[in-house]
Design a protein around this ligand. Structure first.
Ligand code: MSP
Length: 513
């Protein structure tokens, strides 16, 4: 059985989860569900990144112990998972003992292999993003990540990143699909070609972190700590030899574009230094703006995924997040855009198709339909058009083309709607009941094929529709050839209620704090 390891970044617990966090998690979930549907052995993980200066400072301001503070916020990220119907297999917190052990072991390995030395660091530090930058990276008094900077000097351990430039370039060359999309790969390569300086990997200016083994004045740099989560989740250090590990060999780290550098440069270098292979893929997505602007508390435009789920259901949010943008590009999250897509595709096109076909079977065929003994040319044409729309769909997911995947499903749905409209089964009830039931069977079989591919994105609605047509739901989903010859239909209920656009102003989708 093919193994696959799918990871979200672990989320900073300095603020409540918003739409941007939901995006990475939903994309991973769809990828995970798709692979489970194919019968693969999936390990899908997420979690929270809980150490660092910033956390220590926020907790202090709130008069809380850092552990108390991170417990509270981590719980918000944990609670978001069932709300979004996320099927993760594990949830890691960097404050867990299993992780602290893994980080200490990893540090000792890097140290033992001669890649860590003690020195002194001076530089521009972006506290918000926990990273140092060189003079030439500073723009308008801000770091390239947009955070405020301050000049700092501290004794510090360094990782010999400068020794990895050539090795990394060779690695990218041998693994052209290591970084997705191509544009990010090119950026990484040119960054490495400009030359890599050694990396400061410990801090003495605060305490909230994992101590450096044998030198507890230092805490381990939060990115070295955080990146190691992927090893912890894969059984490290007990499972030390990741090069033999089937999950590691097909590991997919999904990340936002702003953290590609950490995953595609530092992380493979750390792993190489510890005699381990880099991950298989770093898959990066773009950024959501909110109603046309960068999401920020001060603008009050931070959109709350929990509110979307409560108002419109998790399927609707999952669908919009993946349909609206090509993965990798930036885009705009607006309530209006959300409602338009919901109404036109989920409610009118797909929901309505299922509802009218299934309720007509209940009314017109006594809830039971049989496989037709023969097909008319128009039936074959319709079946072929659905097959054509769904034919290459698996490869689109493999290319992280979620939006195009959904477009193909929509093409199949629209072919089915055209077929119903052209065949008008309801006018045949008295004149030709056999033909009416044949048409309905053909439609249900194609609705099944479409629903199966829709399932990773809208699992709740898809499972509801599969139950309505009494095709037992199991993983991996059976292929179309196994569709039964007799189908008993249950009384359907609409999977998606239409949203009244005139109600838009009434919906509160913003985070309050
Ligand atoms: N803690 C680090 C990751 C460590 S992984 C070893 C971190 N955390 S984060 O909470 O700031 O961001 C996590 C993810 O949320 C990133 O993939 C990021 O791109 C995503 N998003 C946060 N805001 C976003 C948008 N506005 N739009 C899309 N995704 C964004 O970085």
């Amino acid at each position: 059985m093919k193994a696959i390891f799918i990871t979200t970044p672990i989320y900073y617990v300095n603020a409540k989860p918003h739409i941007g966090h939901a995006y990475t998690t939903v994309a991973c979930d769809v990828f995970a569900r798709f692979h489970r549907m194919l019968g693969h052995d999936v390990k899908f993980t997420t979690g929270t990144d809980e150490h660092g200066n910033k956390i220590e400072q926020i907790a202090k301001k709130l008069n809380k112990k850092p552990q108390e503070f991170v417990d509270d916020i981590s719980l918000l990220f944990l609670n978001l998972l069932p709300a979004l119907n996320i099927s993760n297999d594990d949830f890691i917190r960097t404050t867990q003992l299993r992780h602290k052990k893994a980080v200490a072991h990893f540090w000792n390995k890097l140290y033992g292999n001669g890649y860590i030395y003690l020195g002194e660091y001076s530089g521009w530090y972006d506290m918000q993003n926990e990273a140092y930058f060189s003079e030439d990276e500073i723009n308008d008094g801000k770091s390239p990540l947009g955070g405020a900077i301050q000049f700092m000097t501290e004794p510090c351990y360094f990782f010999k990143l400068s020794e990895f430039g050539e090795k990394l370039l060779k690695f990218y060359d041998k693994n052209p699909d290591f970084i997705f999309p191509l544009q990010r790969r090119n950026e990484v390569i040119s960054f490495v070609k400009r030359g890599l300086a050694d990396l400061a990997i410990s801090r003495t200016s605060f305490n909230w972190g994992i101590s450096v083994p044998n030198d507890p004045k230092h805490v381990i740099y939060v990115w070295l700590d955080a990146l190691t989560n992927y090893l912890t989740l894969n059984g490290y250090p007990e499972n030390e030899n990741q090069s033999e590990d089937a999950f590691w060999q097909s590991s997919h780290h999904f990340v936002g574009k702003e953290i590609v550098r950490f995953h595609a440069i530092y992380w493979p270098a750390f792993l190489m230094a510890a005699d381990m292979p880099p991950p298989k893929h770093v898959v990066s997505h773009g950024w959501w703006l909110s109603e046309g602007e960068k999401m920020s508390k001060s603008l009050g435009n931070v959109q709350d995924p929990l509110k979307y789920c409560a108002l419109f259901g998790s399927d609707a949010l999952r669908y919009f997040l993946l349909r609206e943008l090509p993965f990798g590009s930036d885009g705009n999250f607006s309530l209006e855009g959300f409602v338009n897509r919901y109404n036109s595709i989920l409610s009118n096109s797909y929901g309505n198709l299922c509802q009218r076909v299934l309720s007509f079977i209940c009314k017109g065929c006594d809830k039971i339909i049989y496989r037709p003994s023969k097909l008319d040319p128009c039936d074959v044409e319709f079946i072929d058009s659905v097959k054509a729309a769904l034919a290459s769909i698996a490869s689109l997911i493999e290319q992280f083309a979620f939006s195009r995947y959904l477009e193909q499903i929509e093409l199949a749905v629209s072919a089915a709607n055209k077929y119903v409209d052209a065949q008008k089964p309801w006018v045949l009830k008295d004149s030709c009941p056999q033909r009416m039931q044949d048409i309905l069977f053909i439609l249900v079989e194609q609705i099944y094929a479409i629903t199966k591919y829709f399932w990773p994105v809208i699992p709740l609605a898809a499972e509801k529709i599969l139950q309505q047509i009494n095709v037992p739901y199991s993983l991996p989903l059976s292929c179309q050839d196994e569709f039964p010859n007799v189908v008993h239909v249950n009384q359907p209920e609409p999977a998606f209620m239409r949203i009244d656009v005139s109600d838009l102003g009434k919906f509160d989708v913003y985070s309050k704090d």
